[in-house]
Design a protein around this ligand. Structure first.
Ligand code: AMP
Length: 360
């Protein structure tokens, strides 16, 4: 169990690491950020930072010596980096979470083995694999790279057999997964935490709207029946247990069917705090960032009770220019990430509004 005054090491220097460091401070914990050269907005809110590449093992050794526990803000931590650090200090969440979630194929196989519902899929390493899988799963279908995809990057929708060859070539010719197209009504997510003692606590189900494949808006309560919502929470708990997970993680779902047929299919798992959980900073008793710090410190998890109806809007690219209007609005909680350069599609900040609900 960490003691106040000890130090958390965080791999990655973006807004998630920044908000983790800000959540550690009230607990008297220090953060040391490790990130490669670039725009690292987390550096300015942390006690210490190391600017070095993830394969700079001398720098990693010094970093490990300076911290008491290590976590990360992104799932693509190279396996060799994680193994090197793991040999020196506890890395939470552990290696299984990284190995499973870095690769869409192993993630889907893990979900299937856990008995959770997901879209039909097939491993694709050649055009003949792809044609056979399209014949089995049907059209349209979505081809995705196994690794390094995010915000819709590394994927292509295939609407006819004629498009198969170009789609596969565009994604590198192999190391892909084909997924059946899901005619979903909505997308929702569950942010949950699992403590060192195995306790799981989840926040309420979030409803997420995307624009150009980037999260645009999160709303709570989600428009979802109690059965489907209960299943989404149960599946998340099962994922946490089966990954032997410590920390906050996110499960994204597609909602399909209506009325009595409404149910959820798992889309993907993120082994980290998540954009759809930013509302918890003002909208829940404990924020997702504070919850992650508690979990990896070996501390009791906090209450996930929601404080009202929630609207969270991302400020992407130029939208951040609206900060002047937003800051003048009563009850608008503005977060700007301190990024040096506005770029198209770049997450620059977010704004959360909480509307207290009447209690009976
Ligand atoms: P992903 O990176 O896998 O979360 O995909 C990004 C977005 O693409 C999702 O949030 C969906 O809006 C869409 N998408 C991904 N996979 C599918 C699918 N199998 N069927 C329908 N839409 C999908």
């Amino acid at each position: 169990m960490l003691q106040p005054g000890q130090t958390i090491g965080i791999l990655g220097g973006g807004q998630l690491a920044r908000m983790l460091a800000m959540a550690a401070a009230p607990y008297g914990l220090h953060c040391h950020i490790f990130a490669p050269r670039g725009d690292n907005p987390a550096f300015e809110v942390a006690q210490a930072h190391t600017e070095a590449a993830y394969d700079d093992f001398d720098a990693l050794a010094r970093f490990a010596a300076a911290v008491d526990v290590i976590t990360y803000e992104f799932e693509n931590v190279p396996a060799a980096t994680a193994a090197f650090l793991q040999a020196r200090k506890p890395v939470r969440p552990g290696p299984k979470a990284l190995a499973v979630t870095q690769d869409r194929l192993s993630e889907k196989e893990f979900l299937q083995a856990a008995g959770l519902p997901l879209a039909g899929f097939a491993a694709i390493d050649s055009l003949s694999d792809l044609k056979a899988a399209l014949a089995r799963l049907g059209l349209p279908a979505v081809l995705k790279t196994r690794r390094m995809g995010y915000d819709g990057k590394g994927q292509a929708i295939i609407r006819s057999m004629d498009e198969a060859e170009a789609a596969l070539a565009g994604l590198g010719g192999g190391d892909c997964v084909l997924e059946a197209f899901v005619p979903f009504g909505r997308e929702v997510s569950v942010i949950a935490a699992r403590g060192l003692d195995g306790q799981v606590r989840a926040f309420d189900v979030c409803e997420n709207q995307h624009r150009h494949h980037i999260l645009s808006k999160t709303l709570l309560p989600a428009t979802l029946g109690t059965t489907a919502s209960g299943l989404a929470l149960d599946y998340a708990a099962r994922i946490g247990q089966n990954l032997d997970y410590v920390g906050v993680f996110t499960v994204e779902y597609f909602v399909v069917g209506t009325g009595a047929d409404e149910h959820v299919l798992v889309n993907e798992i993120a082994p980290r705090v998540h954009n759809s959980g930013h509302w918890t900073i003002e909208g829940a008793q404990t924020s997702q960032f504070a919850q992650h710090i508690r979990a990896i410190a070996g501390w009791p998890l906090g209450s996930t009770t929601r404080l009202g109806r929630v609207e969270m809007d991302n400020l992407v690219g130029d939208e951040a220019a609206a900060w002047r209007d937003i800051i003048g609005q009563d009850g608008a909680h503005l977060h700007l990430y301190g990024k040096a350069e506005i770029r198209n599609g770049r997450k620059m900040g977010h704004v959360t509004r909480i509307f207290p609900e009447k209690t009976a």
